[in-house]
Write a protein that binds this ligand. Sequence first.
Ligand code: ATP
Ligand code: MG
Length: 599
Amino acid sequence: MVLRLSSLFLRTLRQDPHAAEVASHKLLVRAGYIRRAAPGIYSWLPLGLRVLAKVEAVIREEMAAIGSQEVHFPALLPREPYETTNRWTEYGDNIFTLQDRRGSDYLLAPTHEEMFTLLVKDLYNSYKDLPLSLFQIQTKYRDEARPRAGLIRGREFIMKDSYSFDIDDDGLDVSYEAHRRAYVRIFERLGLEVVAVSATSGAMGGSRSEEFLHPTPIGEDTYVRSPGGYAANVEAVTTIIPDEIDFSNATEARVEHTPDTPTIDTLVATANTKFPREDEDWTAADTLKNVVLAAVLPSGERQIVVVGLPGDRDVDLKRIEANIGPHLQTGGEVIMETANDADIARNPQLVKGYVGPGLSTGSPVLGTEGSTGLLYLVDPRVVSGTTWITGANTSGMHVFGLVAGRDFSWDGTIEAAEVCAGDEAPDGSGKLESARGIELGHIFQLGRKFSDALDLKVLDKNGKLVVVTMGSYGVGVTRAVAALAEANHDEKGLTWPRQVAPADVHIVAAGKDAEVFETAGRISEELDAAGIEVMYDDRQKVSPGVKFGDAELIGIPTLVVVGRGLADGVVEVKDRVTGEANKVPVGEAVAHLTELVRG
Ligand code: ATP
Ligand code: MG
């Protein structure tokens, strides 16, 4: 069916929509692909639906190619399963909840792990049924705190979510790798550049998880990358651990009076004036800063954690949160905060501005030796034999020449420091720089989290019940449409790549003569018969200028102008991206365009 602009349900707009910040949002609305229904909630018009369908088709094919089977769950879900996994509460204000006429609680699905787990539990019970991979392309609802950028962060959006079910971790690894490959192919076929960023370091035994970020300055996610191809979430970056230093000849540590030096800057200044070093000035990197934090445990209890790191570095609470799990007695999500006055007051051994590690020569305060029970963790740069200026746990006093591993110990090492541009990538692939991206996909080894909670077990080879091992994998489908628009536009409008464009060619009847419309109409029909998707601007009372403007805004890859050239027996074929135009004899137009599109 030729899409005739005289009847297509479409109005292009000259004005950007109110409060639109990013190009994809502005252009998708102006070019008539989507309309806003409420904050973060959009209606899809014919052109938008065509693009969406093409994106979905690529995803469906690649999911099928890894043996995943399509299902479709409701979006309206009962409370109980989400209660069982605790997500009814965990999601907090981020879920939309409602009640039916009997007063039973429901939610609009933010994601579907629970339902998939229960469906498999319902129907399967043997290792022979596994591995299994299921997917759906479905609407999700999240009451995002800040819906923004049109489709990029919506409150209603479409996600492809899939789930893998395996008998053990090895099986999960295979399923995960298959998904990873499928994702690489999906984004390749869509023509969307992505970097797969590790979301967890794995160093602490966490399950694998990677995010597929599309690099763009308008992205909300920050990550770091190196020229050699390393890419990771800041949380997942690991520090290159320096070699230990032989301290057998190191001089003894000494405590010095350093009044009014509660900060690193004041300490360095005092050290340089009162206790100068012969060869070079002291710098912040020579000091060991001990930051007092509180880990807010799931129970609400606040556990003090003191973190020691080089004084030229700041703590990154997110990095600590991501890595502190194994150092605490309790499981579950922990929130790290700077210790408040009450926390400090409860631990009088912490002298604000002068906190130091345990001193084997002085009063031991922190750490394993002579510990008073506070957890003391250090940055990986604090290795045995490194020498520091640090707090002496007495107001106005610091220790100089305190040697790690000789004069103090610690309970563990943690990635605590902010990652800075210029830091070395952990794999030696060069210096890190920070970049921004849009998260288009996320693959995640769930392990047994949901199957444990919802009791999904199957009989193994020996007739023993084992908990199923799961993975979950998401692609933001509507977000991918936005990312495509973001990556493919110019000042005049959208510039879709062929594989997702709403049509292959856009034919403009530019003129008033019957011959113009006749020829343009005939070419349209013949192309359509040849299986080429045609949009035909057959509007009678619209000027060629307006038609060209609309064509550029709508962004179909090939524009065909049927007009003045007819006098010379030609039509003009123009590339939307390069602007390159060719005159093609009318009689050859259909063959030429078919060839071009199939190319
Ligand atoms: P984000 O950090 O962007 O909020 P998320 O970590 O919550 O994403 P997942 O729960 O892993 O995302 O969802 C899978 C995919 O769904 C994401 O990779 C993203 O592409 C898409 N997605 C998530 N939230 C939204 C949203 N509010 N609007 C559009 N797409 C979304
Ligand atoms: Mg989110």
